[in-house]
Design a protein around this ligand. Structure first.
Ligand SMILES: [Zn+2]
Length: 170
C-alpha cells in the first residue's frame, strides 16, 4: 500500500465527541475562548484553531479549522481563508521542526459523499510523513491510541507553536 490518503476512512477517524457530555461540535468546542473541553487543542488564533486528531494516521496528525461553524469552503471569507492557510503554514513548520517529518499529506473532505466524518464544520487534515511509514501505517491506524501519548504530543506541539509564534523561522 503506497497511497495514504483514503478519505473514506475519515468517517472512522473523525468519530469523536467533545468531553463533557454535550453533543456539540468538537471544533466549535475547541474554538471557545476557554478552550472548551478539548484536551487536544494545540493552538488558537483569532479566526482559526489547530488540534490533534484523536485517531491519527501518524503521530502529529493535526486538523486546522476556522472558528466559524460551517461545512463549505466556498462560503469562507477572505480573512478566514488567510487565517486557515496561515495556521496550516505554522502547523507545517512545527511538524517539520518538532517531529522531523520528511513529508506531509494535507487536504479536506467536504460533504458526506466525500467521506467527511464531521461534515458541518470545515477542517483540514495535515498528516506528517516519514520515508517508509506506509509499512506500519495500516497497523497504527487501527490501534487504539494511548491517551497519554496523545497528551504528550499535544503538549510538545503546543510549546512548539508558542516558540514559533514568538520567533518565526525562515
Ligand atoms: Zn462547529
Amino acid at each position: 500500500m503506497e497511497i495514504l490518503w483514503a478519505p473514506w476512512r475519515m468517517a472512522y477517524i473523525e468519530r469523536d465527541q467533545p468531553k463533557g457530555g454535550e453533543e456539540s461540535c468538537i471544533f466549535c468546542d475547541a474554538a471557545r475562548p476557554d478552550g472548551g473541553h478539548s484536551d487536544l487543542l494545540i493552538h488558537r488564533t483569532e479566526l482559526a484553531i489547530c488540534m490533534l486528531n484523536r485517531y491519527p494516521y501518524n503521530p502529529g496528525h493535526v486538523m486546522v479549522a476556522p472558528h466559524r461553524h460551517g461545512g463549505d469552503l466556498a462560503e469562507l471569507g477572505q480573512t478566514e481563508l488567510v487565517a486557515v492557510m496561515e495556521e496550516l503554514k505554522l502547523a507545517t513548520r512545527v511538524l517539520q521542526q518538532e517531529l522531523k517529518c520528511e513529508g506531509l499529506n494535507g487536504g479536506w473532505n467536504q460533504g458526506r459523499a466525500a467521506g467527511a466524518g464531521i461534515e458541518d464544520h470545515l477542517h483540514f487534515h495535515l498528516v506528517p510523513r516519514w520515508n517508509g511509514d506506509t509499512n506500519f501505517m495500516p497497523i497504527l491506524a487501527d490501534v487504539k491510541v494511548i491517551p497519554e501519548h496523545l497528551e504528550a504530543t499535544a503538549a510538545k506541539l503546543r510549546d512548539a507553536f508558542r516558540r514559533e509564534v514568538v520567533a518565526p523561522g525562515q
